[in-house]
Design a protein around this ligand. Structure first.
Ligand code: 5AD
Length: 332
């Protein structure tokens, strides 16, 4: 039995070589005990890069004037969702920069999807008033992703000139209260972040019992004030993932694009260290280069079909099986 005291969490986050491999192995064993070899697939549609916020790390922040801003029209989004269903997706994630102008369109898109396709609808649209979350839930949305980014309040403040930590947390609690499967997450390796901060992040996820945990390395973006900061070691990302699995048990944890950007085999390694979900970029290829949250994001020039093949290969190489299930949080 591992010792998960705060002190030991910090120690395990720093672990290297043998101890590091052992941690990943244990996390994979637990993952397979819960999910078998199954990996859930999610398709993500980044339908707009328009954003009212100025988060210091993010490539589509408001102050980035060297970016063509786009949005995909609602009828086109409906068409993309229809295609994704026909391609076998049973979960679609709608993501955009944070703005309110599309709120009514989102409601309509959710209703359309709910009526026509048997698929889970996940939203990733930032902070909103409770009543907007409520409207989307009533329209038929199932899940919501809203990262806390870091639970170190000081660091949160420094990185988010427009945001308030308590408000972010309140939004997460509203989402839970409204019956969404709720996901959150942090970036690993943020400038000024410590191992202690990361250990506290993991305990935060455990205490609030979130359903989904999307985490990834911080990666500098050349259009931001953090462009000269360092990326973390991939080993740290894997240690964090493994501990997430070992501590939170049955949560859904994706292998993310940012992991593959930091390490060529990043997603394979993640799927063998605790992750049980893979997110595929289903944004039409023509828009992808305008949705670069960080530099060297992968799959920028792929078409949608090719991305699917590449994703299948990643899962196969990890020795796992891609399944077309909705992939709700499993009950233990
Ligand atoms: N590096 C890594 N992840 C980033 N995100 C935004 N910018 C970066 C970056 N520079 C992540 C944030 C956000 C998610 C959509 O993308 O965690 O919540």
């Amino acid at each position: 039995m591992l010792n998960y005291s705060f002190k030991n969490l910090v120690h395990l986050l720093e672990s290297k070589n043998e101890e590091h491999l052992n941690l990943r192995k244990k996390a994979n064993q637990l993952t397979e005990k819960i999910f078998g070899k199954k990996v859930f697939l999610r398709g993500i549609i980044e339908f707009s890069n328009i954003c009212r916020k100025d988060c210091l790390y993010c490539g589509i922040r408001k102050s980035n004037k060297n970016l063509v801003r786009y949005f995909i029209k609602k009828e086109d989004i409906k068409e993309i969702i229809k295609n994704s269903y026909q391609d076998g997706f049973r979960t679609i994630v709608l993501q955009s920069g944070e703005v309110e102008i599309f709120d009514r369109d989102i409601t309509e898109i959710i209703e359309f999807t709910r009526k026509n396709f048997d698929m889970a609808i996940t939203l990733s649209l930032g902070e909103r008033k409770r009543k907007v979350y409520e409207e989307w839930k009533k329209a038929g949305a199932d899940r919501y992703l809203l990262r806390i980014e870091t639970t170190n309040r000081e660091l949160f403040k420094r990185l988010h000139p427009d945001d308030d930590f308590d408000n972010r947390l309140r939004s997460l609690l509203y989402l839970k209260e409204l019956g969404y499967e709720t996901g959150t997450g942090v970036m690993i390796g943020l400038p000024g972040q410590t191992y202690e901060d990361l250990a506290k992040d993991i305990l935060f996820f455990k205490i609030y019992d979130f359903d989904m945990l999307g985490v990834g390395p911080f990666l500098p973006s050349f259009e931001t004030p953090l462009k000269n900061e360092k990326k973390p070691d991939f080993e740290l990302v894997l240690n964090f993932l493994a501990l997430l699995r070992l501590i939170t048990g049955n949560t859904n944890i994706p292998a993310t694009t940012s992991m593959a950007t930091l390490d060529k085999k990043g997603r394979e390694k993640a799927l063998n260290s605790g992750a049980n979900v893979i997110m595929l970029n289903y944004t039409p290829a023509q828009y992808r280069h305008m949705y670069q949250l960080y530099d060297e994001k992968i799959c920028l020039r792929e078409d949608e079909k090719n991305t699917f093949k590449l994703t299948e290969n990643v899962v196969r190489r990890a020795g796992k099986i891609l399944v077309d299930e909705k992939g709700d949080r499993v009950k233990l």
